[in-house]
Design a protein around this ligand. Structure first.
Ligand code: SER
Length: 314
C-alpha cells in the first residue's frame, strides 16, 4: 500500500486529488500539505508546508513514512506572467526541493507538466509527444525545465519519476486561479448564475481540455503503470477534447437554449493561448500505460451543469 505525500493539496488539482487518493489508498495513507489551512485538513492527515522550505518538507515526508511524492504546488500561467520571478522561485524551488526530498527518501515521484510546455514553434495540430518545446511564458519555461529535471533524476539517480502534460482542467469542485484555460470553468458558473458569459479568449482559439475525473484517474493509472512499459517518463501528452469558445458555448446552449456568449479579449491571456497547441496527440500515453478519457465536451457539459446546479443552488 502506498503512503503518499501531496504538496499544494488545496490547489486546483490537489484538493480533488487527495479525495481520490484517500478513497483508493485509505485516508490515513495520504498526507495533504499546503501553505494554507482549510476544513479539508480535518478529513485526514494534513500539515502546513511552504514548498520552498526543504527542511520541513523532508521532515514531514520522513515522519509520515511517505514512499510517494505528488508535487502539485505551483503558480499557473497567467499569474506567473504577472510575477515571473516569484513564479520561478516557487515553481522551480519547490520542484527541486520535492525532487531532492524524494531522492533522499527513495520515493516514487509525480509532478504535472502542461500544454504550457509548448510554444509558438511547436506543431499546432496533433502536437506529437516528442517535439520542439520553446515556450514563451515563464510558466512554460518552468514546465520544460521541470520535465527535464524529472528525466534527469530518473536517468542519473534511478528515481521513479513520472508526469503528464495536462491540458486545461475543468471541474465543478475546485476553481482554478490565474490560468489561461480558466474561462472554460468560469463559463459554466456564469451560464447558471447569469445566463451569459463574456469570454476573455477570442473566438476560434482552440485549446485542449479535460474533465477533472479523467485527470485524476490518469494520475493514478500512470503511477500504477508497469515501469517496463514506459518509454517516456516526463511528461506524457494527455487530452480528452479540443475546443474553442464558441464550441463550449454551443454545448451549453444544448442544455440552456437562452445562454448567450460575448467576447472581451484579454491580450495577456490571449497571447499565452495563441502560443499553445490547438490539439495534442496522446498516443504515447495510450500505448505505454493505457491512458483513456471518459468525458467528451457534451458529456462533461451535462455533468458540470447538473453538479453545479446543486452546488450553487440555482
Ligand atoms: N490550465 C493551465 C493554465 O491555464 C495550463 O496548464 O495555466
Amino acid at each position: 500500500m502506498k503512503k503518499i505525500m501531496v504538496t499544494g493539496a488545496l490547489g486546483q488539482i490537489g484538493s480533488e486529488l487527495i479525495t481520490k487518493l484517500r478513497s483508493e489508498y485509505g485516508t490515513e495513507n495520504v498526507l495533504a500539505t499546503d501553505i494554507r489551512h482549510t476544513d479539508v485538513a480535518t478529513e485526514g492527515p494534513f500539515e502546513l508546508l511552504d514548498v520552498t522550505d526543504a527542511k520541513n518538507m523532508h521532515a514531514l515526508a520522513k515522519d509520515f513514512g511517505a514512499d510517494t511524492m505528488m508535487h502539485m504546488a505551483a503558480l499557473l500561467s497567467a499569474k506567473a506572467e504577472d510575477e515571473p520571478l516569484f513564479a520561478w522561485n516557487l515553481n522551480m524551488g519547490g520542484l527541486m526541493n520535492a525532487l531532492e526530498v524524494s531522492r533522499e527518501l527513495d520515493m516514487q515521484f509525480f509532478t504535472p507538466s502542461s500544454i504550457g510546455a509548448f510554444g509558438p514553434s511547436t506543431p499546432k495540430k496533433d502536437t506529437p509527444q516528442d517535439t520542439l518545446q520553446r515556450p514563451t511564458t515563464m510558466y512554460g519555461v518552468n514546465k520544460v525545465a521541470g520535465e527535464l529535471l524529472c528525466d534527469y533524476y530518473f536517468h542519473k539517480f534511478g528515481m521513479d519519476t513520472r508526469g503528464v502534460r495536462f491540458p486545461g482542467l475543468i471541474s465543478y469542485v475546485s476553481k482554478p486561479g490565474g490560468g489561461t484555460t480558466d474561462y472554460a470553468v468560469d463559463i459554466y458558473y456564469k451560464a447558471l448564475e447569469e445566463g451569459k458569459y463574456t469570454s476573455y479568449i477570442a473566438e476560434g482559439t482552440r485549446m485542449d481540455m479535460m474533465y477533472m475525473p479523467d485527470a485524476l484517474q490518469a494520475i493514478v493509472d500512470l503511477m500504477e503503470a508497469d515501469p517496463t512499459k514506459l518509454i517516456h517518463r516526463n511528461a506524457f501528452n494527455v487530452t480528452a477534447m479540443s475546443f474553442e469558445p464558441s464550441e463550449i458555448a454551443a454545448s451549453i446552449k444544448k442544455q440552456i437554449p437562452t445562454f448567450e456568449m460575448a467576447y472581451d479579449v484579454d491580450p495577456v491571456r490571449q497571447a499565452i493561448a495563441d502560443s499553445w497547441p490547438d490539439s495534442i496527440d496522446a498516443t504515447a500515453a495510450v500505448n505505454e500505460w493505457g491512458f483513456k478519457a471518459n468525458y467528451d465536451l457534451d458529456k462533461m457539459t451535462v455533468d458540470m451543469l447538473a453538479k453545479l446546479k446543486t452546488k450553487l443552488n440555482v
